[in-house]
Design a protein around this ligand. Structure first.
Ligand code: NAD
Ligand code: TYD
Length: 349
């Protein structure tokens, strides 16, 4: 039985990936290591937590002793590393947490893999990263981030992710550690903590609160359905070439204003409210410092080399997402009240 360590599996993308792997690969033992920060929510995995091939370990990747003990205990064949501090706004107010988890945590995992994988046959260290490491594109240009775009991180979040990417590549070149990386654009879908744009705005619309648009609202992101990202990780993990990087994106650029308008109209319809109700709550607020103007991914390498393509149109995915947050009131209430943080104690201890 293959033993795979997935870090950050209680988070947004991690929980989708854990669910996919637990269901699709009954022969793999999936060990989910997660510190359960504010962003970690074991309720995201309620439907698979009893599966025979799934184990949860609560712990911090910054704790190298714990990481090494887990490598001894489970003899991992592979690591798929997602655990990170991920919110740009938080990285502006508390950059040190990002350095600790994203840089030191990744470094600890790399070291543990290096020490325990004396024979690297059949082993793989997969770092799941972000397109934000490439910096900012200009609005109105048709340039895209490729795998060769020079790194130019602008926020403490992206600087920390860029640093961890560099360490992963350094371990490949220096110690022959078998690695693969992917850099993905903005994800959306179910189980995302409602601090990020889409779930925050759905929750605010539901509760008739203001919708704070930063700056002029013309910032542009390339949105990808989270389940398509999980499928892409599956493909890169199984078919990707060692030492390579794969960009993952939806060819789906939206300015924040266009996206927010679509979101408002979709939510009004789902809530049975008059057209224009949600748009009336849009409020322009002070811009985020260092706000990256535009992200857009050239995903042709993963499409051509590994045969992955996005499966769902944005309008369709956004409708599904709005429906999911509105229909899963208990999940949203538990997250906004903080009650989700008791789930581990109640269920696991
Ligand atoms: P998230 O914030 O929803 O989840 C992060 C998870 O990591 C949480 O469960 C948290 O408890 C855990 N974690 C944090 N610090 C930890 C630590 N020190 N030790 C162990 N666990 C810890 O994040 P996400 O949006 O699911 O992103 C997952 C990964 O994908 C990140 O590495 C992120 O950089 C990358 N990524 C995210 C996006 C996106 O749009 N969300 C896009 C591209 C890449
Ligand atoms: P976010 O979801 O934080 O992702 P990222 O900054 O990693 O791309 O933000 C997406 C875009 O939405 C980004 O341009 C910032 C903007 N934004 C707002 O305008 N208002 C908000 O309240 C938030 C959270 C984001």
């Amino acid at each position: 039985m293959k033993s795979i360590l997935i870090t950050g599996g209680a988070g947004f993308i991690g929980s989708h990936l854990v669910r996919l792997f637990v269901k699709k690969y009954p022969d793999y033992q999936i060990v989910n290591l997660d510190k359960l920060t504010y962003a970690g929510n074991l309720m995201n995995l309620k439907d698979i937590e009893q599966s025979a091939n799934y184990v949860f370990e609560k712990g911090d990747i910054v704790d190298s002793e714990l990481v090494n003990k887990l490598f001894e205990k489970y003899a991992f064949d592979s690591v798929i590393h997602l655990a990170a501090e991920t919110h740009v706004d938080r990285s502006i107010s508390d950059p040190l947490s990002f350095v600790k988890t994203n840089v030191l945590g990744t470094f600890n995992l790399l070291n543990a893999a290096r020490m325990h994988w004396k024979d690297s046959t059949g082993k793989l260290f997969y770092h799941v990263s972000t397109d934000e490491v490439y910096g900012a594109l200009k609005l109105g240009e048709d340039t895209l981030f490729t795998e060769h775009t020079p790194y130019d991180p602008r926020s403490p979040y992206s600087a920390a992710k860029a640093s961890s990417d560099h360490f992963v590549r350094a371990y490949w070149h220096t110690y022959d550690l078998p690695v693969v990386l992917s850099n993905c654009s903005n994800n959306y879908g179910s189980y995302q903590f409602p601090e990020k744009l889409i779930p925050l705005f759905i929750n605010n619309i539901k509760n008739n609160k203001a919708l704070p648009v930063y700056g002029d609202g013309l910032y542009t992101r390339d949105w990808l359905w989270v389940e398509d990202h999980a499928r892409a990780i599956d493909v890169v993990f199984h078919k990707g070439k060692q030492g390579e990087t794969y960009n993952i994106g939806g060819h789906n650029e939206w300015t924040n204003m266009d996206l927010v308008h679509l979101l408002c109209d979709t939510a009004d319809q789902e809530l049975g409210r008059a057209a224009g109700t949600a748009r009336a709550s849009i409020t322009f607020v002070k811009d985020r410092p260092g706000h990256d103007r535009r992200y857009a991914i050239d995903a042709s390498k993963i499409e051509k080399d590994l045969g992955w393509t996005p499966s769902i149109r944005f309008e369709e995915g956004l409708l599904e997402t709005v429906k999911w947050y509105l229909n899963n009131e208990a999940w949203l209430d538990n997250v906004t009240s903080g009650a989700y943080q008791d789930y581990y104690t109640k269920q696991y201890t």
